[in-house]
Design a protein around this ligand. Structure first.
Ligand code: 6PG
Length: 489
């Protein structure tokens, strides 16, 4: 392709899509000394941005894709910050004929990881390098330091790394951004991040309802509790914003939280995490329950009808308030450990399935700062995987063993408190149910296997025979001895 400007006049990177995340990433890049060319489908938005926040910065506008591409240094790096799905494919289709071999397309939206795998492989055939990257942290993170989780074609990484690591959040001078893995690995890890985000948010919301409705605390009192918790083991961005939310008053001086309709939205990344867990056969119960809790919340009118039929029954609480609060705290902490345990179990399975070489400690570091789930807690996960890269399960690490053991009694107490108050705690209780299943050397699946064999001749294994050897019993003495095939999903 002919080049009219000299390489030095050209921009380091191009960015398409000037919505909130796009604009803030561009400003962040410019503040770190990179020159950025920007393009947006509506030229007005580009003009407004250039005349406003981007004025006096190393940011230039482009009003067509050819103009954008021509304004970039080679190898060209074009980052898409557009709506996930077809829009990404449309832009890729338009960009490819304008690019040269070795140029790089980066997708920084919340794309489905299978799309990123498909795009990496398809673009490779055309000589274009692709990166699908998770970017977390919302508007503030994008502006001041997000967590960035890039995957795709590793040949693109050296050219993009200096920009991404410069603009990413830092924890102890380490960038919350590193290469995640090939194909859709970056977007997979971002998807699990979002699933964990769903879990953390649901857990905090359940804890809030236990305090507010179960213990009768005011919004202000709940604020004080969350603010206090934010100085201990639960110290995290989501606890911090929860405390903040609880002090925010509406125009009439009443807490705004009480005016917000209890019907949750979702854009799909939590659902994808749940679907992937079912595909992989990983018991990701807490995150999946959190997705279902949002679905249940959206049945607002129907819940109103049911509430009339089945009014809440409340058992008078005789427990000391502080003791219940401590129980809720411990339940939240233990459940959070279970949520991350399950998230890591899922990533391990995905790595096996897709032959990705994931660095689990590195992922914890990427999530340690900048992103929505950032918390002190992630330092312990990083330490655990740094100490034992082959750690089978977080619950086998001595720090988490101790944390679970010391929270366990209170965890049960908080769940029982919720049940006694008819307050739903799907995330807190499913975490406990998972834990009780996971720590049980024997579970009830022997009965399940017997039932399957009884009605469907699905066969079973015996505790007194080698694994893999299958048995069938003629339970009703029908004389039949034909067993069904033993295929497993
Ligand atoms: C992030 C967030 C972000 C996500 C929103 C909305 O990491 O910055 O995960 O990517 O899009 O939080 O998600 P829901 O609408 O599904 O709650």
């Amino acid at each position: 392709m002919s080049q009219t400007k000299s390489q030095t006049d050209k921009a380091d990177i191009g960015l398409i899509g000037l919505a909130v995340m796009g604009q803030n990433l561009v400003l962040n890049m410019a503040d770190h000394g990179f020159s950025v060319a920007v393009y947006n489908r509506s030229a007005d938005k580009t003009n407004d941005f250039l005349a406003g926040q981007a004025a006096q910065k190393t940011i230039q506008g482009a009003y067509s894709l050819p103009e954008l591409v021509q304004s970039l240094k080679t190898p060209r790096k074009v980052m898409l910050m557009v709506k996930a799905g077809e829009v990404v494919d449309d832009f890729i289709t338009q960009l490819v004929p304008l690019l040269d071999e070795g140029d790089i397309i980066i997708d920084g939206g919340n794309s489905l990881y299978t799309d990123s795998t498909r795009r990496t492989n398809a673009l490779k055939q055309q000589g274009i390098l692709f990166i699908g990257t998770g970017v977390s942290g919302g508007e503030e993170g994008a502006r001041n330091g997000p967590s960035i989780m890039p995957g795709g074609n590793v040949e693109a990484w050296a050219a993009v790394k200096p920009i991404f690591q410069a603009i990413a959040a830092k924890v102890n001078d380490q960038a919350c951004c590193d290469w995640v893995g090939k194909e859709g690995a970056g977007h997979y890890v971002k998807m699990v991040h979002n699933g964990i985000e769903y879990g953390d948010m649901q857990l905090i919301s359940e804890a809030y309802q236990l305090m507010r409705e179960g213990l009768g605390l005011s919004a202000d009192e709940c604020h004080d509790v969350f603010a206090r918790w934010n100085t201990g083991v639960l110290d995290s961005y989501l606890i911090e914003i929860t405390a903040d939310i609880l002090t925010f008053n509406d125009t009439d001086g009443a807490p705004l939280i009480d005016k917000i309709l209890d019907s949750a939205g979702q854009k799909g990344t939590g659902k994808w995490t749940g679907i992937s867990s079912l595909d992989m056969g990983v018991p990701l119960t807490l995150i999946t329950e959190s997705v279902y809790a949002r679905c249940l919340s959206s049945l607002k009118d129907e819940r109103g009808v049911a509430a009339e039929i089945y009014p809440r029954t409340i058992v008078a609480n005789t427990e000391d308030k502080e003791a219940v609060l401590q129980a809720i705290h411990d339940a939240l902490y233990a459940s959070k450990i279970i949520s991350y345990t399950q998230g890591y179990m899922l990533m391990k399975e995905a790595a096996k399935e897709f032959k990705w070489d994931l660095n689990y400690g590195g992922i914890a570091l990427m999530w340690r700062g900048g992103c929505i789930i950032r918390s002190t807690f992630l330092s312990e996960i990083k330490r655990a995987f740094d100490e034992q890269p082959d750690l089978q399960n977080l619950l086998q690490d001595s720090f988490f063993e101790h944390a679970i053991k010391s929270s366990q009694a209170n965890w049960r107490k908080a769940v029982i408190f919720g049940i006694s108050q008819s307050i739903p705690t799907p995330a807190l209780s499913s975490a406990l149910a998972f834990f009780d299943g996971y720590r049980s050397a024997t579970v009830s699946a022997n009965m399940l296997q017997a039932q399957r064999d009884y009605f469907g001749a699905h066969t079973y294994e015996r505790i007194d025979a080698p694994r893999g050897e299958r048995f069938h019993t003629d339970w009703i003495k029908s004389g039949g001895n034909i067993s069904s095939s033993s295929y497993e999903v």
